[in-house]
Design a protein around this ligand. Structure first.
Ligand code: 5GP
Ligand code: ZN
Length: 117
């Protein structure tokens, strides 16, 4: 589940540049790009460069990676001057996950509603 790369994974292909994306940020740990079907004027996805299917595949040793995902969300919001924003992660089908390479949604640019889902 937590191999470096999954041959069938669209986000692994995006990270490798084999599927096009609009890159917003990249470092040794994470890659961030625009969501192809934005649910807000600003909708980014932040993914670990290493293939981890869901948050459930993060081990205790991945605590820094988990933090970097969150802080990349903060960085993107600052760069795009979002006065408020939402970060969210869907886990498993029951949690609304469709793409099984863990990703943080960063949404903003409109008034976010108080309720989720
Ligand atoms: P999930 O429901 O798994 O949390 O969210 C998956 C997200 O990935 C969706 O918002 C969807 O629009 C986005 N997405 C799926 N395939 C692609 C793609 O090929 N490129 C980009 N940029 N976004 C994608
Ligand atoms: Zn992947």
């Amino acid at each position: 589940m937590s191999t470096e790369r999954n041959a069938d994974c669209v986000f692994c292909k995006i990270i490798a540049g084999e599927v096009p994306s609009t890159k917003l940020y990249e470092d040794d740990w994470v890659y961030a790009f625009k969501d192809i079907h934005p649910q807000a004027p600003f909708h980014a996805l932040v993914v670990p460069k290493r293939h981890l299917s869901t948050l459930n595949d993060f081990a205790d040793e991945d605590v820094e990676l988990a933090g970097r995902l969150m802080l990349t969300g903060k960085r993107l919001a600052a760069e795009h001057k979002l006065p408020g924003y939402r970060v969210a992660m869907n886990i498993n089908r029951e949690g609304g996950q469709v793409v099984f390479h863990a990703h943080l949604h960063v949404l903003g640019g409109r008034q976010m509603k108080g309720q989720l889902g």
